[in-house]
Design a protein around this ligand. Sequence first.
Ligand code: ZN
Length: 195
Amino acid sequence: MKGKNDLKSINRSAVEDSRFGKGCYATIPIREGETICFFTGEETTWKESEIRYIKELDRLDDPFQISETKYLELYEPYIYFNHSCNPNSGFRGENEMIAIRDINPGKEITYDYSTVTWDDRWARIHGAWIMECRCEEENCRKIVGDFLTIPGPQRIEYLKLGVVPNFIIKKIKKLYRKEKNLFSINLENQPRESD
Ligand SMILES: [Zn+2]
């Protein structure tokens, strides 16, 4: 996993109070396409995360999915980045957070939680992950779920921006092979999965 000891890039943001408890705010100007940080945490499996959830050690939306089977129990400050339905950042590869537009100092850095969540086994056993959203963006989805709950055009926009993690691209390709018309986008130009 990239950026395990990446302390430099996190200096681009600081944790402060937000209307949702805490949030992460840019401390320097961040340009579109720049790396903001690499999310890090204790690597766990789907099963371990499930046990933590059942024992109520975890909230359902705490673990950060990085592959079909692996999650991160995020360290601080990564747990404080909030969701937005109209975010200014997203994830590339496994855990690299990049800006999808210019972010000025003082602006909250957000990402769309749905772009990093898609676990069919979890959905089968516990029901699909959902979260109520009050981001108040014009396009707020109100109820946020896994990747497939993102409206089609926005999903395509995220793919074009390159902020869909590898494991999800892999899943889309699998689905796409089955349902040729489900995603009207050429996936051949998307990054290749590393595993
Ligand atoms: Zn929202």
